[in-house]
Design a protein around this ligand. Structure first.
Ligand SMILES: Nc1nc2c(c(=O)[nH]1)N[C@H]1C(S)=C(S)[C@@H](COP(=O)(O)O)O[C@H]1N2
Ligand SMILES: [Mo]
Length: 415
């Protein structure tokens, strides 16, 4: 329809249509400039097959870190209706060692993956369908969450606590966000991964723009070379981290902040006696161990030593991933509890001489409290316990995170 008195359509209308035309089908080199150009990224490594393979490895590593992280979380915060068994003694050593090793291996995998897929940030049109929009939005919590988990995890094993939030709580909740976004992402990309990695090549016909094309000739790193480089980086990190928790491999723990065989009495120290402020009180001759239950009693250090003739060969396993075997000597916790008349189904709390600090007490539920291997230890590898390891007495129990192996214990209370 034409307006009276005019020659042809409205000028503004024509301009609008021209603009729309350019957006939908821009003339080459116009409008879609810089990274928006269709052929802006020339590396043959920005390839769906490379992205799919890296995605598979990353997905497996993140799932492993998530599950082993849950183990550590629920050991430290038992839900109440269930408590962890105290056996096998090496279980936490394995899960936490694997947690830290896979988390660290994710660093090269994630960086490689981000580099492979970042051209898609400029994908045109930015949104094709509602589903496509949701899939793209879910990338944000996925990438942010993954980077956050790796960064905070590394900061924690390096004991770099500059952030304002409490590490364990934040690391735990962001893990749920990240794994949720990962599930959405995997569901959205399953067909692409299948077409690129699986043997069902027939699927490729439906996904022509999203399947790998034969490697184009040209300079630079080949896809195979890239895969080998990233795989080697992840492998070296895994193996050198494994050294901090696999018995006998301590010498290979080259990239970890701590070596499991270095420290007083050949064991690393996390919180020192000086940091805990116990240098004086722990050496005080007036030290007494107090056991509080239906028949409370106290012991002097000499009495405690006379009583403690048991030994247990047990690993100490820090949440930071290192773990070391030692022979602990002392009195069985369950013997102390029996003497105080504390019933078998009771949970007890070990209390440290340390006045402040998140790990100055720990609760010991019946499976650990009653395990014959659980000691209130006064000796380590035949010698008196070093003050750094908890002199005059420390808790040591099987299959339990290091943070719960309270040092400088002076009271055991029924809760
Ligand atoms: N009282 C007290 N005990 C504690 C801690 C603490 O901060 N305070 N740290 C724990 C942590 S995190 C670990 S890993 C172990 C380490 O024991 P070690 O120093 O003898 O190797 O001690 C645990 N016992
Ligand atoms: Mo620890």
């Amino acid at each position: 329809m034409r307006r009276a008195g005019h020659h042809g359509p409205d000028a503004a209308y024509v301009a609008c249509m021209k603009l729309l035309d350019r957006i939908v089908a821009p003339p080459p080199g116009r409008l879609r400039r810089g990274p928006l150009r269709a052929d802006a990224f020339s590396s043959r490594l920005h390839d769906p097959r490379v992205a799919s393979l890296l995605g598979l490895w990353l997905g497996a590593a993140f799932a492993t870190a998530f599950l082993t992280g849950l183990v550590s979380h629920f050991m430290q915060h038992p839900p109440g209706w269930w408590t962890w068994p105290s056996r096998p003694v090496w279980f936490y050593r394995l899960t936490q060692g694997v947690h830290v090793a896979t988390g660290l291996a994710c660093v090269p995998l994630l960086l490689a993956k981000l580099w492979t897929v970042y051209p898609r940030l400029w994908e045109w049109p930015p949104v094709r369908t509602v589903g496509h929009a949701l899939e793209r939005i879910s990338i944000l919590p996925l990438i942010a969450g993954a980077l956050f988990q790796l960064a905070t995890g590394i900061a924690n094993i390096a004991q770099w606590y500059r952030f304002r939030f409490f590490f364990t709580v934040t690391h735990y909740w962001v893990a749920w966000v990240t794994i949720g976004a990962l599930v959405v992402h995997v569901a959205a990309k399953l067909a692409v991964v299948r077409a690129n990695v699986g043997r069902r090549r027939a699927d490729r016909s439906q996904l022509t723009d999203r399947v790998s094309v034969p490697e184009p000739p040209g300079g630079g790193l080949s896809r195979r070379g890239f895969g080998i480089a990233v795989g080697t980086a992840a492998g070296v990190i895994m193996v050198s981290t494994a050294g901090q928790f696999v018995p006998g491999l301590a010498e290979t723990a080259l990239l970890t902040p701590r070596q499991p065989n270095l420290g007083p009495q050949g064991l690393p120290v996390n919180r020192t006696a000086a940091a805990a402020g116990v240098l004086r009180v722990a050496r005080d001759a007036g030290y007494r161990l107090e056991v509080v239950g239906p028949r409370p009693f106290t012991l002097t250090l000499t009495e405690l030593h006379d009583l403690g003739r048991a030994t247990s060969r047990l690993p100490i396993t820090c949440v930071e991933g290192w773990s070391a075997d030692a022979t602990w000597g002392g009195v069985r916790l369950r013997d102390l509890l029996d003497r105080a008349g504390i019933p078998a189904e009771a949970t007890v709390r070990a209390e440290s001489l340390e006045a402040r600090g998140g790990y100055r007490t720990s609760e010991v539920a019946p499976p650990h409290a009653r395990d014959p291997l659980t000691l209130l230890a006064t000796r380590l590898d035949g010698a008196l316990l070093d003050i750094e390891h908890g002199y005059p007495a420390r808790l040591i129990a099987p299959n339990r995170p290091g943070v719960l192996q309270t040092k400088w214990v002076h009271r055991v209370v029924m809760v």
